[in-house]
Write a protein that binds this ligand. Structure first.
Ligand SMILES: [Fe+2]
Ligand SMILES: [Fe+2]
Length: 201
């Protein structure tokens, strides 16, 4: 049971970057603290948040190997797999989910799916996956302007739908400004969530 292991032991085994470890701890605690705003179980939220970036410091070949292995298990659908291999910054969530499954026996499909999708978001995801995508963006150590603004929508307004729509908007705006590729899953997540901003204005 992963709950019985000290998170620092797991995080320091795979992550070499101390800022990344701090971000992981902060995301887990933030997800747990505001789990009710996202209408998810706090303990499950804590696990998804704490370990979402577990594979981020692995060598690229290892990340791809782990991701292929998870794809073959077929626990959840991995859309745009080849696209993600070609844009490997999107792949570390899938690899983290395989690590948790094989090394720590995490077999909760909701947790594995949430971690796998945290880099892109997407449409048709459950609240845990939406919350993991959003909390990664706005956890308390994130200090850029949009993160601070959207974090308040959770902590002060308790408005999950609006915060999610604003996070997708910020993500896409940032990618457009930098002339970067946009994974179609992020666009699908934006289209699904944007109505919630309009509903809540
Ligand atoms: Fe990540
Ligand atoms: Fe992250």
């Amino acid at each position: 049971m992963i709950e019985s292991i000290d998170p620092n032991e797991i995080l320091t085994k795979y992550l070499t970057n101390s800022k990344r470890i701090a971000h992981s701890v902060s995301t887990g605690l933030f997800m747990e603290q505001y789990a009710d705003v996202a209408a998810v179980d706090p303990k499950t939220a804590y696990i998804a948040g704490t370990y979402h970036d577990l594979a981020k410091d692995l060598p690229l070949e290892e990340m791809v190997r782990l991701s292929r292995s998870m794809k073959e298990r077929g626990i959840y659908t991995i859309d745009y797999f080849d696209y993600k291999v070609n844009n490997p910054s999107l792949l570390h969530g899938v690899a983290a989910s395989e690590l948790l499954y094989t090394e720590y026996g995490v077999d909760d499909k909701s947790i594995l799916t949430a971690i796998a999708h945290h880099t892109t978001g997407g449409a048709g995801l459950d609240n845990l996956a939406k919350w993991t995508f959003l909390a990664d963006f706005i956890e308390p150590l994130r200090d850029f302007h949009d993160a601070v603004k959207i974090r308040k929508v959770i902590t002060k307004e308790h408005n999950f739908g609006k915060a999610l729509g604003l996070a997708y908007t910020s993500l896409l705006q940032n990618l457009l400004d930098k002339h970067r590729n946009i994974c179609p899953e992020s666009l699908d997540g934006y289209n699904e969530s944007i109505y919630q901003i309009m509903d809540n204005q």
